[in-house]
Design a protein around this ligand. Structure first.
Ligand code: SF4
Length: 367
């Protein structure tokens, strides 16, 4: 399924034209919208750029057809050329393994559709709702738990938006709105501005949270109007990035988030535990320390959601618990993310803790 569902004011869709390999210094030319529109959208082009053209396999095409490749040039510039096992490349490269049907892995692993209250509102936890604002992302992560999500059925028209706001006005138990997607920062500033204005006009709403990976793969997205908008709302605002590997924390990204830090906006990170990407203690330790140096606190380390096509990324609970024990021994408590799993229907995230006998255990939930 091709996930890019374009809406008015969203950047132009990717054209499948042959890509001329770019050198690193030219990776950030043009506006963020132009960079987004020029993202790699063909496996062959990405592999050529990385000097890995010999690794192009027929099986990649089926995986690409099922969930199309999408990688910004900036993110590709962070990958190591000539290394097919590069942990950043592994997160975005379609593989034939995605087409295997593995028991326990489904197209809706978190029962998002059961939690849908209508108008793009997902209500799973008390006091918080999540809004599916768009289906667009700057990068298509192969392990994404929403890789099969029927975004086309959730297209937001003007009447949907007003119905959504009306629903939020009526439900006075909701204190926090989480903008999700897709990636909410793929929306144009004007649309985000309108949405945030409407949300802050609802008296019982107190907090706004934005979940995004976009500035990690396209730091220019954090432009001045967006920064002003985030700092200017009366809602207490936090940003939760999605960063899985320390090499994703580029100098450009660190510079781009600096104004958010100066404006006092809390920055957190949630990562997904992924085999072959970040399942070593040295990588997790470096991730936490580099995040902190960039003013970002490690928040969650998620066990993989069992989405069809991502089984080759799974780290079993035993290995995850052993890794976490080593992380506990290596990091101060404030740099230790909470190792959690989302269980459909549970009232909160569920902590996965190492127990006395070395077997993974389930602990009290986290918000
Ligand atoms: S950026 Fe987030 S929502 Fe988009 S594909 Fe990656 S994991 Fe999924």
């Amino acid at each position: 399924m091709y996930r890019w569902s374009r809406q008015a004011n969203d950047p132009a869709p990717v054209e499948k034209t042959p890509m001329i390999p770019l050198s690193a210094p030219s990776m950030k030319t043009g506006s963020w919208q132009q960079q987004l529109a020029g993202a790699f959208s063909r496996v062959g082009d990405l592999l050529n750029y990385l000097d890995l053209e010999d690794h192009l396999e027929p099986g990649m095409a089926a995986a690409d057809n099922s969930f199309s490749i999408r990688v910004t040039h900036f993110f590709a510039s962070l990958m190591e050329k000539g290394n097919i096992h590069d942990p950043l490349l592994r997160q975005v490269l379609p593989l034939s393994a995605e087409m295997e049907n593995i028991p326990g892995f489904s197209t809706d692993p978190l029962a998002d559709q059961a939690a849908h209250e209508g108008h793009g509102i997902l209500h799973k936890y008390h006091g918080r709702v999540l809004l599916i604002t768009t289906g667009a992302c700057a990068i298509n992560c192969r392990y994404c738990f929403r890789r099969h999500f029927p975004y086309a059925d959730y297209q937001m028209t003007a009447s949907h938006w007003s119905a959504l706001l009306e629903q939020l006005r009526k439900d006075k138990t909701v204190r926090e709105v989480i903008l999700s997607g897709g990636d909410p920062l793929s929306l144009a500033n004007e649309r985000l501005h309108t949405l945030i204005q409407h949300l802050q006009d609802i008296p019982h709403l107190r907090r706004l949270r934005i979940h995004s990976r976009l500035p990690v793969v396209l730091p220019d997205r954090l432009d001045e109007p967006l920064l002003d908008m985030l700092a200017g709302t009366r809602l207490s605002t936090s940003l939760v990035w999605h960063i899985n590997h320390p090499r994703e924390i580029s100098t450009e990204f660190t510079q781009a988030v600096l104004p958010l830090r100066h404006r006092g906006i809390p920055l957190l990170n949630q990562a997904v535990l992924l085999k072959g990407v970040n399942d070593r203690v040295s990588v997790q330790t470096e991730l936490s320390e580099t995040l902190f140096e960039s003013g970002i606190l490690p928040y969650y380390l998620h066990q993989l959601d069992p989405v069809q096509g991502a089984a080759h990324f799974a780290v079993n609970d035993q290995e995850a618990a052993e890794l976490y024990t080593l992380m506990q021994a290596s990091l101060p408590g404030y740099l230790l993310p909470r190792l959690v799993r989302e269980i459909p229907g549970a009232p909160s995230k569920t902590a996965l803790t190492p127990s006395q006998n070395g077997q993974p255990g389930i602990d009290a939930g986290f918000p």
